[in-house]
Write a protein that binds this ligand. Structure first.
Ligand code: F6R
Length: 613
């Protein structure tokens, strides 16, 4: 969603800002803008569309400045156009502000400001902030940072903001609540980013601003931070865990393809230091202190959204089969609003690649309020969910830039497998032979994925069949049912083909009505307990002239003969199948989208980090 980059120092700000915006493009956006301080005035440039449109618009302008703020906007309040794009200016053009998040009480604040004569130029919630801050600054005759703090005490909602002010030309003011904001610390310079991507090429020394904090960045002075109660806070400098190469596409045409191909490495990184087959050890350092609570849990409640929710459904199979503790998997957005029953001996597991998904954050807060233990599984180090939860395990998949989640998903499942195995062993619930088979199998997953990736061209050929199709059905049973959901989600989000995932046996309770000779039916028919049942489900599709595209185990003979197309995956323990079966589904969606002319990395309307409800 929206992205923030800002700079104050002794270098030219514009190249830092525009390149920072390019690094933030992956988050999803529909307009962008820049404000720079030039002498005693703020110069403002905004454009609907891509950052390259803004860059073209700025090409012939004098952009010399050592201080500025820049923003990519993902429209919420008001359509994507130049007026609604950030930065927004105060009426006297002395203040410019950018904002991520949502001001929930903006209508009340707007009305109050309009009653006092303020005229609004945009439909955004953000514009109230700039007028409110300017109003307090003028009336209260306080320092700008104090005016910002006072203004924010009136605000309900979430924000990460950065402000330029003509009256304070040596200061950049930033503040946050609910939306992330990082300060990069250089030599007599500061960088600001809504994540590490626009900062990492400049410095790895960062301070994560906490909720309710307001910081003053002056290139000639040390960083000062105050909380909303006006108490001084000591900045805690950390090392940014991100590498520049991880943010580049390298030899790949798209980030999504790169990230699909990175899965063997991502899974090895997820297992590093946690799985040691020779020593017979599975251990997740991040949750050790909470392991007793997990072992004695009344139940696990997994909360997540989208692809992470699908990982949660796989987790349900893993935990129930191996640890024998009941599991509920909840959409975070539903969980938070239905007054759920949460016991103090429940363990809530929040899964989120970004660690910034608004609904998952709210679910975590609710579970904590009710006294449950909350464990996080996040990819982004230092993200909000990672910091809010009692304990957790990072997935260590590396930055995921493609909007459609791929390597983060398989890394989430890897962590869930490790967690389930470690708990099952400690609880004494798992037969030693099963445990050994699973840890051996888990270790071999990366090489199995490498084998699947060699079928890229074959999968591309199959993808041709999908071009021009408008619907698809994905079927799977048991642990393959979440894979049917995930395969369908991947296809619809990047190729815009309508796709549904169903438990294979559910098909005859409704969706079978859709099957005719035009309907591609992707069936996960790998070696599993219900294999014969899946074969019957395939017969039902064939009898209605549906086209079968199957994911089968290499040794399969039956389903291969029934399929119009098939993709082989290496034999794997049933519970670990999602780790391998998801890969051909990702590649299929990728090639269908590419052949259909879609923007694979930045599908329409989607954002990488869904930081609004
Ligand atoms: C789909 C996808 C989304 C995310 C969802 C949750 O490919 O990426 O469905 O999985 O928005 O995001 P996180 O995991 O960041 O909480």
């Amino acid at each position: 969603m929206c992205g923030i980059v800002a700079y104050i120092g002794n270098k030219e700000a514009y190249p830092i800002l525009i390149n920072g915006l390019k690094r933030l493009e992956y988050r999803g956006y529909d307009s962008s803008g820049i404000a720079i301080m030039q002498g005693n005035k703020i110069s403002l440039y905004k454009s609907r569309g891509k950052v390259s449109d803004l860059e073209a618009y700025c090409a012939d302008k004098n952009l010399s400045s050592t201080m500025g703020i820049a923003h990519t906007r993902w429209a919420t309040h008001g359509e994507p156009n130049d007026q609604n794009a950030h930065p927004h200016l105060s009426e006297d053009s002395k203040l410019a502000l950018i904002h991520n998040g949502i001001i929930e009480n903006y209508l009340i604040l707007k009305q109050e400001l309009m009653n006092r004569g303020y005229v609004f130029e945009s439909e955004t919630d953000t514009e109230v902030l700039v007028h409110l801050i300017r109003d307090i600054y003028e009336k209260e005759k306080v320092e700008l940072a104090e005016a910002v703090r006072l203004a924010l005490t009136n605000v309900i909602g979430t924000y990460a903001i950065a402000i330029l002010s003509v009256d304070n030309p040596d200061e950049l003011i930033i503040a946050k609540k609910g939306s992330p904001l990082l300060i990069g610390i250089g030599e007599n310079e500061y960088f600001v980013g809504s994540d590490g991507a626009p900062i990492v090429s400049h410095t790895k020394k960062v301070v994560y601003l906490e909720d309710g904090e307001v910081a003053v960045l002056n290139a000639k002075k040390a960083l000062t931070i105050k909380n909303i109660k006006n108490e001084k806070k000591r900045p805690y400098i950390q090392e940014l865990e991100m590498n520049l190469e991880e943010l580049e596409k390298g030899k790949f045409e798209h980030y999504m393809l790169k990230e699909i191909f990175e899965q063997p490495k991502a899974i090895r990184d997820s297992m590093r230091g946690r799985l040691n087959v020779k020593k017979d050890v599975v251990s997740l350092g991040g949750i050790i202190e909470y392991e007793e609570k997990m072992l004695n849990a009344r139940r696990f409640i997994i909360v997540a959204c989208g692809t992470s929710w699908h990982a949660g459904l796989v987790g349900e199979h893993l935990f129930e089969s191996l640890v024998r503790i009941p599991v509920e998997v909840e959409y975070a957005s539903e969980f938070r609003y239905r007054n759920p029953i949460i016991y103090e001996d429940d363990v809530v597991i929040a899964i989120s690649q970004s660690g910034e998904t608004a609904d998952t954050i709210a679910a975590v807060e609710l579970a904590k309020e009710k006294g449950a233990t909350v464990i996080g599984i996040c990819n982004v180090v230092g993200s909000t969910i990672a910091r809010l939860t009692h304990a957790g395990s990072y997935t260590h998949a590396g930055p995921e830039i493609g909007v459609a989640s791929t390597k983060a998903f398989t890394a989430q499942v890897t962590v869930l497998v490790l967690m389930a195995l470690s708990l099952a062993r400690k609880k004494g619930q798992i037969a030693l032979s099963t445990y050994h088979q699973l840890i051996n199998d888990l270790e071999s997953i990366p090489s199995k994925i490498e084998k699947i990736l060699k079928q890229n061209e074959h999968i591309k050929e199959i993808a041709r069949y999908f071009v021009g199709k408008t619907n698809a059905i994905y079927l799977g049973r048991g642990v393959n049912f979440p894979m049917a959901l995930e395969g369908a989600l991947k296809l619809k989000e990047i190729s815009y083909i309508h796709a549904e995932g169903y438990p294979a046996a559910e098909m005859k309770h409704g969706p079978i009505a859709l099957i005719d000779e035009e309907m591609p039916v992707i069936v996960l028919a790998t070696e599993q307990e219900t294999y014969d049942k899946v074969v019957s489900n395939i017969q039902e599709v064939i009898a209605r002239k549906g086209k079968i595209i199957s994911i089968v185990t290499e040794s399969d003979t039956i389903v291969k003969n029934m399929s119009n197309f098939y993709i082989e995956i290496p034999q794997t323990a049933e519970l670990l199948t999602p780790l391998v079966a998801s890969v051909p589904l990702q590649l299929l969606a990728y090639h269908v989208a590419l052949l259909s002319g879609c923007d694979v990395d930045k599908p329409r309307n989607l954002a990488k980090s869904v930081s609004v409800e």
